[in-house]
Design a protein around this ligand. Sequence first.
Ligand code: MG
Length: 248
Amino acid sequence: MIELKSPSQLERMREAGRIVAKVIEMLKKEVRPGITTAELDEMAGEKIRQEGGKPAFKGYRGFPGNICASVNEEVVHGIPSRRKLKEGDIVGLDVGATVEGYFGDAAVTVAVGQISQEAADLMAVTQAALAEGIAFARPGNRLSDISHAVQRTVESRGYSVVRDFVGHGIGTELHEPPQIPNYGKPGFGPVLKEGMVLAIEPMVNQGGAAVEVLADGWTAVTKDRKLSAHFEHTVAVTESGPEILTRI
Ligand code: MG
């Protein structure tokens, strides 16, 4: 069952989304060579609380961080640590917040100083794939129309979409039905309806699609250790089209 959110529920989800967007905006400015992912994590936790929310990932199935910070070949779920970011790295920052029981979830991949053209291209494709997917989040479309738009954008430019992790519905839980794969034929799955709220999140690899989880039980990395990028927004399906609740 995909829960449809009422206007008053959507109002609360907008607030959660607003906080997530604010935190991401701040983190983007803080990313620089020499800063550690633990420092970013600390700032994010503080900012979320300042804004009246709670970090949604902290303690989720035992996750130790306020945010996920995934560097270079790390795909998602990187644990913030004393690792210092260095010039040329790319870092995926995934932020979740909850306010009055409602969740917001978004991610960006950020350049650390000057990065290679290859890394910049990967980030651009991933962001474009997210935008293409979001454009299909309208009443009357099918869920897999979103999936297909993401996959087509990524693969037509020679990159791979990760299949082991997917987007998700979101609301009073961080992860609600439906699952939203970043691949698939168009025209399948549930018909999208006004009031659905979806976290759409392409994870795109420079090399192959295969990923593996490191011994810490969380950090997903590309099997070939090539770069990966991740962008995500929480999006409400409304009568007038997609509304990005985490717009930065
Ligand atoms: Mg998510």
